[in-house]
Design a protein around this ligand. Sequence first.
Ligand code: SAM
Ligand code: SF4
Length: 514
Amino acid sequence: MIRTGTANRKGTQRSARAVYRIWQRRGIMVRPEPREGLVKVYLETMGCQMNRLDSELVAGALRAAGHELVDSPARAEVLLYNTCSVRHHAEQKAHSRLADQCRRKAASKRRMIIGVLGCMAQREGQALLERYPQLDIVCGPGQLQALAGLITNIADGLREQAAVLDQPRGLRTRCDEEPFDEMDLARDPALTTGPVQAFVRVGRGCDRFCAYCVVPYVRGMQLNRDPARIVEEVRRLVDAGRTEITLLGQTVSAYRWRSGTLTVRFADLLERVSGVAGLRRLRFITSHPADFGLEVLEAMAGLPNVCPYLHLPAQSGSDAVLKRMRRGYTRAQYDELVERAGTIVPGIVLAGDFIVGFPGETEEDHQASADLIRRSGYKNSFIFRYSPRPGTAAAEKLADDVPREVKRRRNSELLAVQAEVGLAHHRRYVGKTVEVLVEGPSPQAGKRKSAGPDTLQLVGRTVGNHIVVFDGRAELAGRYVQVEVVAATPLTLIGSLAASPQQRNRGVAGNEKG
Ligand code: SAM
Ligand code: SF4
């Protein structure tokens, strides 16, 4: 929707800019025209899948506003960094990018706009503008719909610098639950994670306030989307050829939508979304063990297109640490959930998250985490060294007393245990044929000698989210193929294309259309 002007009640013509500002105050999405010479945008994403989705939505909105996305900062006039605050290291990376680009801008005569988006923008806010005088925009993750307009205003000289942030969490209430998902519904289906994959968020924010975590402070409390709007977005994506959808939420299993006397829980949402015709695989991340109802496992078992994969971060295997982390469950409850998951959804594949070196973590606590990895048999785990985040309960109240080298050692030890467990897990698939959704050339494709003139190493995923590499033609990207697994590593299945029955009849292997 590009508008250039309109008449007010008195019949006088308002300028496009005045109309734009009125719409913006009312929170209406507008598509301002980019200013000449500030068309090329470089957008870099750091952090989690939620940031990747935010960037896709931003990229779609900027393209709709006439901007062109480019893949190198040197070619861009607008530089945007979508940042992460979960660990100190992630913020350091963003600061180093900003410092470099601000120096470049100061030394150059070219007009440039530099913006920081996402969690670090929300956490550091105005202070970023003070620290980097060349920085133009600071835009929190809840305000991304304003970004295209901010760029236009700065390009037009209407503003010098702008910080657009959510209110501090204490001021936000449930009444804020007006739709915040215009960008999601207006998204460009061509801009998604993979050739046929897309992320769809079920809501934003998190209310759990785990002692170490900055997410509730930067993304606000959990707000859920209307299920009808989620289903509508999925339907549009599937109509545009996306066949694998991943529902995203910080604690996706805590999803609830109340309308009159009706409550839609996460299991109900899964059922509604899985019914979208043409949707072949439905995934969801991340689940929280404390609010994960067994009805979700039952939905997974009963709905054929819901993938049997569960990312269930434990964070620690020790009750004492879990308590200090304020995770809201015990080790025994976690173990029981894992056991129920295996019984209700046979063959379910689990993935975990662990933090090593949380304040007060002893060797015994650490061994309890190693034991939990062995017992749960995860396909993979994400293992992080504790990083104190300013403002969180742990950073304010607990001394960061596990020395850096101890954190490093514990990190390597858990990685080694996970590697053993991951190898045993992946070996179970050797000799089997699995369905793989092909993502494209593997990161190794360019470095390996190819198996034939038109083939290269491809990578794809099974329903259980296993990474599979095999040789095939590049055109298989986005298709579902059968792969015979011949070997395994701790993180990967290695295979070769197998012929489906139809392909055998036609004399071709592995090019079944998904
Ligand atoms: N909502 C998910 C959950 O509760 O399990 C995880 C979201 S968090 C952004 C992703 C992971 O980052 C967490 O599971 C945790 O392991 C890790 N993480 C979060 N805060 C951290 C911190 N301060 N230091 C180290 N790792 C951290
Ligand atoms: Fe952070 Fe805990 Fe919320 Fe996950 S559940 S986002 S770790 S506060």
